[in-house]
Design a protein around this ligand. Structure first.
Ligand code: IPM
Ligand code: MN
Length: 372
């Protein structure tokens, strides 16, 4: 029995997760395992009722699960940032899920906006660092003379640029990105290990030509790890350039390892080239702790409760969850089931079909039960 915690969350989250669960249960029937699901009532509704985001007790309870199946977070009634930081990022950080694994793989039968490219060209893995960089939440915002911290910024500005901030700037905001050698090393090592099971090439993403302190450290660590893995081909790409290459030559990439914020940005682009956000799954992984699997897309509040949202990203995230639990055969079958569903035209309207969220899930579940 695999015990899995469930956070449906906001908007379309609960319905896509319910659909994903049906598919995972079917995979369990077919491959001989059971999943014990435990729901956690975490999200905007509860926050608006009680003011609670995630409690210490919940973190404690969640920490005993190997995996969390996560829908989506985000609600129009709540100021942007509160739920994202207070729930999603809190969970990623609390469980030290330092790898954000995002496959960019175009499935058979899907359309990509990239002319002349197909499934054999678009098949790489983005390994996004998930606990450092500009996501550490160190920053502040204040006006002129009111704030003691101005001293810090004034010194910085006058030393670096000869600017008198007090007279020049009416309001100041800053945010600090932090990288550590250990934090960079563990995720870069994960990327090298992942590429050894694939096509043995790792691409590093950074902006070491401008943000040379943080990403200079990143590059040093990447070089160290590369030196210890000489069977793997390596290259450096600046983040601006890699967006261009994703579009022009996606077939060059095997494993792409990236600091947190650049990883956030380039995986939305990755999702588009693989066929759309409706098809892009992700795993927040702590190889030794509680990991969390979710679609990359958000909660799409305007489609809430309509049974029209595309469930493929969530179903695929469920396949990654099963891989993580050691049920690789079942995970692979689920991805095949998604492809079968696409090839039969059993898809939601964002992909040109007319099937409902739950109908797509039922079809894939049924396909898996009957698969050889
Ligand atoms: C993602 C999202 C999150 C992120 C937000 C919602 C905090 O955009 O998972 O890519 O920035 O990581
Ligand atoms: Mn994002």
């Amino acid at each position: 029995m695999h015990e899995v915690a469930v956070i449906g969350g906001d908007g379309i989250g609960p319905e896509i997760i319910a659909t994903g669960r049906k598919v995972l249960d079917a995979a369990g029937e077919r491959y001989g395992f059971e999943i014990g699901w435990t729901d956690f009532d975490i999200g905007a509704d509860r926050y608006l009722k009680t003011g609670e985001l995630v409690s210490e007790q919940e973190l404690d309870a969640l920490s005993s699960y190997p995996a969390i199946y996560f829908g989506a977070i985000g609600d129009d009634r709540v100021t942007p940032g509160i739920l994202e930081k207070g729930i999603l990022l809190t969970l990623r950080f609390a469980f030290d899920q330092y790898v954000n694994l995002r496959p960019v793989k175009m499935l058979a039968g899907v359309e990509t906006p990239l002319a002349g490219k197909g499934p054999k060209d678009i098949d790489f893995l983005v390994v996004r660092e998930n606990t450092e960089d500009f996501y550490v939440g160190i920053g502040s915002r204040f006006t002129g003379k009111e704030h003691k911290q101005l001293e810090v910024v004034r010194n910085l500005y006058s030393v670096k640029f000869g600017l008198d901030v007090e007279s020049d700037a009416e309001e100041i905001a800053y945010q600090i990105g932090v990288l550590t050698r250990e934090g960079s090393r563990r995720v870069i090592e994960y990327a090298f290990d992942a590429s050894r099971k694939r096509r043995k090439k790792v691409t590093s993403v950074d902006k070491a030509n401008v943000l040379s302190d943080v990403y200079g450290l990143w590059r040093d660590v990447f070089r160290d790890v590369a030196a210890q893995n000489q069977d793997i081909t390596t290259e450096f790409n600046y983040v601006d350039a890699i967006t261009m290459w994703f579009v022009k030559n996606p077939e060059w990439f095997d494993v792409v390892v990236t600091p947190n914020m650049f990883g956030d940005i380039i995986t939305d682009l990755g999702a588009m080239i693989q066929g759309g956000l409706g098809l892009a799954p992700g795993g927040n992984i702590n190889p030794h702790g509680t990991s969390m699997f979710e679609p990359i897309h958000g909660s799409a509040p305007k489609y809430k409760g309509q049974n029209v949202a595309n469930p493929f990203a969530t179903i695929w995230a469920g396949a990654m969850l099963l891989d993580h639990l050691g049920e690789e055969e079942a995970g692979a079958a689920i991805v095949k089931g998604i492809e079968a569903s696409i090839s039969k035209g059993v898809v939601t309207r964002d992909m040109g079909g007319s099937a409902s969220t739950s109908a797509v899930g039922d079809w894939v579940a049924d396909w898996i039960r009957r698969s050889k």
